[in-house]
Ligand binder design. Structure first.
Ligand SMILES: [Fe+2]
Ligand SMILES: [Fe+2]
Length: 355
C-alpha cells in the first residue's frame, strides 16, 4: 500500500503546507494526564455485505471490505485497534454477519464492533450479539475514554408491528421508506451512559462512536437520532468530545457546543447529500462544503479511506478518495470547530478525477 499518500493534518496542514508522511501519529497534549500516549486507530464502516444465494455474495461490497482489511494490515505503525462502524450486513441475515466476521478475522489488529440498523432489524441483533458481544460498551485507551453506542434502536410498538422479520428489515433498510422509524439511543442506554460518564474526569478526551449521527440532519433518511440533544447534554461538561459516526456514507462534519462531529465513509457506496433532495429540511447549521457528488455510473466513486488522528484529544480526519480529490477535515483550535483544511467555500468543489 502506498502509505506515502497519507497526508498528515494538524498544525502544518492548517498552515497550508501539505506534508506527505508514511507514519500516522497521534500526539497527546503536553499536559495530558499520566498514561496518555500517542496512538492510531482505524475505522471501517458500512460494508453492507449482501447474500445473493448460498455462498454467493455481491462481489463489489465484498471487495470493498476485503480491500479495507488488507490496507489496515499494511499500516505502519499498526493501528492499536480497528473500530467497525456498523452495517456489516445488508439484510441482517446470519449468513451475512458470518461472512463479514470471516473477512474481518484476517485483520492483524484487535477489532471493536458497533451495530448498524442493517445488522439489527431482522432478528433484533441476536446473531450479531452471538458473534460480537455487547451492543454498547466503553473502554479506556492511552488516556482517551471511548464509548461505543447503539444508536439505532427504535420504538417497541414499531418493532412488533410487522408480520415478518424480513418485512421489518427491508422497511428499515430503505433510505427513504416513509414506513421506517427514527432511531434513538433510548432510556436504558442513556442511564448506562450517565453512569459511565460519572466516572470520567472532565479533562479526559472523549470519543463517542455511534452508527447514526448524534445530531439531527435529515429525518426522512434517518440521518437522525431522536434523543440526540439528550446525549449532547450529557457530554456537555467535558472539555474535549468527539463523535465519530457511520451510516451516512459521506463526509459530514459539524460542531455543536463542545462536541465535534465527524462522519466516516462506506466501503460499499456513497449516499447523496440531503440537500440534493429538494424536500429535505436540513438541520446542520452549516455545511461549508460537501463531498463532490459521486459519479452515478461508478458505484465506488466517493467511497474510500479515512485515517483518524487524535491530536491533543481532538479528531482530524484524512479522507483518501481514490476517484476524488483527497480531503482533510481537521479541528481548528482557533475557530474551535472542525474545518475542511482546503475547501472552505460552498462553491469551491474539489475537482473530480476523470477516467
Ligand atoms: Fe450504511
Ligand atoms: Fe446505517
Amino acid at each position: 500500500m502506498k502509505r506515502r499518500d497519507f497526508i498528515k493534518s494538524s498544525g502544518a496542514m492548517l498552515a497550508g503546507a501539505i506534508l506527505p508522511v508514511s507514519i500516522v501519529e497521534v500526539v497527546q497534549a503536553e499536559n495530558a494526564p499520566k498514561g496518555s500516549e500517542d496512538f492510531t486507530f482505524a475505522f471501517i464502516s458500512d460494508s453492507h455485505l449482501q447474500q445473493i444465494k448460498g455462498t454467493k455474495f455481491v462481489r463489489n461490497w465484498d471487495m470493498g471490505l476485503k480491500k479495507a482489511v488488507a490496507e489496515c494490515n499494511l499500516m505502519n505503525p499498526r493501528p492499536d485497534f480497528i473500530l467497525y462502524g456498523g452495517d456489516l450486513g445488508q439484510l441482517g441475515k446470519a449468513a451475512e454477519i458470518d461472512h463479514g466476521a470471516e473477512i474481518l478475522s484476517a485483520l492483524h489488529s484487535p477489532m471493536r464492533m458497533m451495530l448498524g440498523e442493517h445488522d439489527y432489524y431482522y432478528d433484533l441483533g441476536e446473531h450479531w450479539s452471538k458473534r460480537f458481544g455487547d451492543k454498547y460498551y466503553s473502554f479506556d485507551h492511552k488516556g482517551v475514554h471511548f464509548i461505543v453506542l447503539n444508536s439505532i434502536l427504535t420504538d417497541e410498538a414499531w418493532i412488533h408491528k410487522w408480520k415478518t422479520p424480513e418485512e421489518r428489515m427491508s422497511t428499515m433498510a430503505g433510505l427513504d421508506d416513509p414506513n421506517g422509524s427514527p432511531f434513538m439511543v433510548g432510556k436504558s442506554q442513556r442511564a448506562w451512559l450517565k453512569n459511565d460518564l460519572s466516572k470520567i474526569a472532565k479533562e479526559t478526551p472523549i470519543v463517542v462512536f455511534s452508527h447514526s449521527p448524534l445530531q439531527k440532519i435529515y429525518k426522512g433518511w434517518n440521518f437522525w437520532t431522536d434523543d440526540a440533544e439528550l446525549i449532547q447534554e450529557m457530554l456537555k461538561p467535558f472539555d474535549k468530545v468527539n463523535v465519530i459516526y457511520g451510516h451516512v456514507h459521506q463526509i459530514q462534519y459539524n460542531q455543536i457546543g463542545n462536541i465535534a462531529f465527524n462522519s466516516v465513509m462506506s466501503t460499499a457506496w456513497p449516499w447523496p447529500y440531503p440537500s440534493t433532495y429538494k424536500q429535505a429540511k436540513q438541520y446542520l447549521p452549516k455545511m461549508t462544503i460537501e463531498m463532490n457528488r459521486a459519479d452515478p455510473f461508478f458505484e465506488r466513486d466517493a467511497t474510500g479511506w479515512q485515517f483518524i488522528d487524535i491530536h491533543s484529544g481532538r479528531v482530524d480526519l484524512n479522507y483518501q478518495l481514490p476517484h476524488n480529490k483527497n480531503r482533510t477535515i481537521a479541528f481548528n483550535e482557533k475557530s474551535g470547530k472542525p474545518e475542511d483544511t482546503k475547501y472552505q467555500q460552498g462553491d469551491k468543489i474539489p475537482p473530480q478525477k476523470h477516467y
